[in-house]
Design a protein around this ligand. Structure first.
Ligand code: UDX
Length: 457
């Protein structure tokens, strides 16, 4: 078995960085990444990588052409590899049964069929993408549905990396989860994957489980993280009514070691490719098993996220005298979080559209996400895109902070204030600015979950 040849099908946010780390830490393995998208592969082979992650360039430069290869011949890759990671995308279905909720498994299934057709020797097939629990069973059925005696072992090894910190998360993971069938073959295949990670991950951080637990854990981890954000955001609404301060509440509860301090920052809402998709998928699975109440419970996490975005818009409208028509509003940030150019499910997208509906004149600035913002909003006329935040805010009536980029905490706000229309407003959708100082300069400041600091009586 060609166990030292690893293939990854899917050169996206998960496949690219993960395989780069494996190649970097395991020089004895040859790692090949393939994708049907030739342009994406060409970019992985260039200096302009399709994914922006701090530290990724260096690792790619150190390994590409040595033991890391980006190629387009998927069949050849399958034939030559003993271990195949599947990292194709599983977006939310947009059609038919489960539209808007279930995972769209068409790319994933095509990949399984392609592995079956091209294989001439035994393979360990590892699910890396997020998929519904019990998908491995379907994959096993497809792989073994052809006459022949090739052995396929299907494993689950979900990826927990977060964007913007992918390289750090891969190098120092909290845990690596590897699930397999608990048969002799399944356990042997599991050991082959454990051996890869043992090259740099301490043994106690490599967790083994049955395959269904592994598949489900990925969905549940994301659901719990998102639930924390929706919980704190729900409380931010109550803080605004009661003069409590959400930052003080977060700190007070986070110091309870049972709760922990992370993921308690109130915000304009969570975004990213995973949280909403995975929760809706989890709820859909619950419903297919008749667990209506459980499904409703998890769906409410997404409902609160939508509520938080709408609440932010209504707050802007209310503060700015119930009309935004013709007013300049500058969005500071469009990415769904800092240190990434990714805009999938970014709250800024919803908010930009809503502001345009209110006939505001929108200016969008972001250090990395302007190109994606232009694509996301290509059907909306009249938006200005400006990389320089000083130029972007000039002449505007309001700034709305959408993304917690560090650069926005370091700007000369006096200079910005002087260049804006008056009265000038700041809506800090991430609570990252020094609100007191901004207020002293003359801004009317509206944080999330804290009393506003205004100059009107
Ligand atoms: C997430 C999971 O963290 C990761 O483990 C999984 O593999 C993929 O999904 P990611 O989507 O990259 O990662 O971003 P994450 O850092 O989790 O943030 C998600 C969203 O929540 C962002 O919009 C972020 O700004 C927001 N967020 C996060 C908050 O609003 N408040 C917080 O306290 C934390």
């Amino acid at each position: 078995m060609k166990r030292n040849n690893i293939l990854c099908i899917g050169a996206g946010y998960v496949g690219g960085p993960t395989m780069a780390m494996i190649a970097h830490k395991c020089p004895q393995y040859k790692v090949t990444v393939v994708d049907i998208n030739h342009e994406r592969i060409a970019r992985w082979n260039s200096d302009d990588l399709p994914v922006y992650e701090p530290g990724l360039d260096e690792i790619i430069r150190a390994t590409r052409g040595k033991n890391l290869f980006f190629e387009t011949d998927i069949d050849k890759g399958i034939r030559e590899s003993g271990i195949i990671f599947v990292g194709v995308n599983t977006p939310t279905k947009t059609f038919g049964a489960g539209a808007g909720k279930a995972a769209d498994l068409q790319y994933w299934e095509k990949t399984a069929r392609q592995i079956r057709e091209a294989s001439e020797s035994p393979k360990i097939v590892v699910e890396k993408c997020t998929i519904p629990v019990r998908t491995a069973l379907a994959m096993e059925r497809i792989l073994t549905s052809k006459d022949g005696d090739i052995r396929f072992d299907v494993l689950s090894n979900p990826e927990f990396l977060a964007e913007g910190t992918a390289i750090h998360d891969l190098e120092f993971p909290d845990r690596v989860l590897i699930g397999s069938r608990e048969t002799p073959n399944g356990l042997e295949a599991r050991k082959a994957i454990v051996d890869i990670y043992l090259n740099w991950v301490p043994r106690e951080k490599i967790i083994e489980s049955n395959i269904w637990s592994s598949e489900l854990s990925k969905l549940v981890a994301n659901a719990f993280l998102a639930q924390r954000i929706s919980s704190i955001n729900a409380i931010s609404a109550l803080c605004e009514k009661t003069e409590a301060d959400i930052a003080e509440v977060s700190r007070a509860i986070g110091l309870d070691s049972r709760l922990g301090v992370k993921f308690l920052n109130a915000s304009v809402g969570f975004g990213g490719s995973c949280f909403k998709k995975d929760i809706l998928n989890l709820a859909y699975i619950c419903r297919t098993y008749g667990l209506e109440d459980v499904a409703n419970y998890w769906e409410s996490v997404v409902d609160i996220n939508e509520y938080q975005k709408e609440r932010f818009i209504l707050g802007i409208l209310d503060a700015m005298f119930n009309t935004l028509a013709g007013k300049g509003i500058c969005l500071f940030g469009f990415a769904f979080k800092a240190d990434t150019g990714d805009t999938r499910e970014t709250p800024a997208h919803t908010i930009a559209r809503r502001l345009c509906e209110e006939k505001a004149e929108l200016v969008i600035t972001d250090p990395k996400a302007i190109d994606n913002a232009k694509i996301d909003l290509q059907d909306v006329d009249g938006i200005t895109y400006e990389p320089d935040p000083y130029k972007a805010a000039r002449g505007c009536d309001a700034i709305a902070v959408m993304t917690e980029w560090k650069v926005y905490t370091e700007l000369d706000y006096q200079r910005i204030y002087d260049s804006m229309a008056k009265p000038a407003f700041i809506f800090d959708g991430r609570n990252i600015l020094d609100h007191k100082r901004l207020h002293e300069m003359g801004f009317n400041v509206y944080p999330i979950g804290k009393p506003p600091l205004v100059h009107f009586t």
